[in-house]
Design a protein around this ligand. Structure first.
Ligand SMILES: Cc1ncc(COP(=O)(O)O)c(C=O)c1O
Length: 418
């Protein structure tokens, strides 16, 4: 199985994606993946296609200048390119306006921004915040910090048997005291996909906002924030085949416009005097200091890259790889699989009597790179009754060969451990 890249970003409705007719192995787009190495840690960070590396190299070696400040031509051109990238990324996630897009360092910073700015201005003692058992620490700890400061209380929605956020149970827990619901769109451990639209409906019914942590969703499926009807959406560029150090917070404009700045500095102000400072409207209000100019260009190149393949094609590709991996692993009697059958691109598992770190080390000897550990989801590990899991996560460069290498590696682990 393999994917192909389209030369145009839009397919006619009756056109068949080229991936289904003339397969092309995308691994050759990724210079840091040597032949015979199965990289199965994309949920931690994705490898970079040459197009992204080239965009970054061009940004530093040909077009580099600061943005939003310079009066000289190079800086004006870089500002235009930077803002064009914002529009491109806005289109990619279905944001009604590019002014609703805040460039941040990553999902972690985006969630902290909302927790500190929106939460600091809106949460009062007795208010409630709804999270779920499967959240990444980045969608737990920022809320704990603001809960402590504001006197708000955190509730935790349980999971269904197969590892989805239990929205029926959450519906029964939500009250008008809940001011925000913050959930992973796709779990980084279980790969379970949230019914985000239903979650938005449930949150809005009690007057709460919905923040979606889209770190694992944006690289794996089409995302349209307007259609999802959420209020905030965050993701990290490096998980979308883009550079590290750049990510995105999208928020409804009226929410962002009413939020105070959370960090102060240059570029986010209207007027500064020692008597007082007034602030620029969003997005500038939340982008203090010199931004990660070239990171934004790299992110734009990453968006162009995945759009050239098609997010529907990527979703189908990863779902097929997950199905194959789960089918093969479920045939091995000492292997325990976590998460639902239809998980998106991510398979967590444990081998009876073998620590996941040993699984990871032995697989590495077979040139298969997986993640082993708690995946920054310790509450979920406790829920699963384990300290750690092994996790294989797929990207556009993976193919059936990688699943076969994973399964062969696991069989070797079982032989070594008897
Ligand atoms: C679901 C989820 N949320 C948040 C994060 C944090 O992302 P970052 O470290 O890029 O800020 C991750 C990263 O693993 C993640 O998988």
């Amino acid at each position: 199985m393999s994917l192909s890249r389209r030369t145009s970003t839009s397919l006619g409705t009756n056109e068949v994606p080229r991936s289904l007719t003339s397969p092309l192995d995308l691994v050759s787009d990724f210079p840091a993946i040597p032949k015979g190495w199965s990289y199965l840690d994309t949920a931690a960070t994705a490898q970079k296609p040459q197009a992204v590396i080239d965009a970054i190299a061009r940004g530093y070696s040909e077009t580099y200048a600061t943005v939003h400040r310079g009066v000289y031509q190079r800086s004006s051109e870089m500002t235009l390119a930077f803002e064009a990238a914002r529009r491109r990324v806005a289109g990619f996630i279905g944001a009604p306006s590019p002014d609703e897009l805040i460039f941040v360092r990553g999902a972690t910073e985006g969630i902290n921004l909302v927790a500190q700015s929106w939460g600091g201005a809106n949460l009062k003692p007795g208010d409630r915040i709804m999270l779920s058992v499967l959240e990444h620490h980045s969608n737990i700890v920022p809320w704990q910090l603001i809960a402590e400061r504001s006197g708000a209380v955190i509730d935790v929605a349980p999971l269904t048997e197969d590892g989805r956020i239990d929205l029926d149970a959450m519906a029964g827990m939500l009250t008008e005291r809940h001011k925000i619901v913050a959930l992973a769109h796709v779990s980084n451990v279980l790969g379970s996909v949230l019914d985000a639209k239903r979650a938005a409906g449930l949150a809005h019914e009690v007057g709460a906002l919905l923040l979606l942590d889209g770190c694992q969703a944006v690289p794996r499926m089409p995302v349209d924030v307007a259609a999802l009807d959420c209020d905030f959406y965050v993701f990290s560029g490096h998980k979308l085949y883009g550079p590290t150090g750049i990510g995105l917070l999208w928020g409804r404009f009226e929410l962002l416009d009413a939020m105070p700045p959370w960090q102060g500095g240059g570029a986010m102000i209207d007027r500064v005097s020692f008597e007082g400072t007034t602030f620029a409207p969003p997005p500038a209000r939340f982008e203090p200091g010199t931004p990660h100019v070239v990171g934004v260009l790299g992110l734009e190149a990453a968006v162009e890259y995945v759009e050239s393949i098609g997010l529907d094609a990527i979703a189908a590709h990863e779902e097929a790889l997950v199905r194959e991996a789960r089918a093969a692993l479920s045939g091995l009697n000492s292997v325990r699989l976590f998460g639902p059958e239809d998980s998106a691109g991510i398979v967590s598992f444990a081998i009876e009597g073998v620590h996941p770190h040993d699984v990871g080390t032995i697989l590495d000897e077979s040139r298969v790179a997986i993640r082993a550990g708690h995946h920054c989801a310790q509450p979920l590990m406790r829920h699963l009754g384990v300290d750690a899991t092994a996790r294989a996560s797929f990207g556009v460069y993976n193919c059936r060969r990688d699943v076969e290498a994973l399964v062969a590696g696991i069989e070797r682990v079982r032989r070594i451990f008897g």
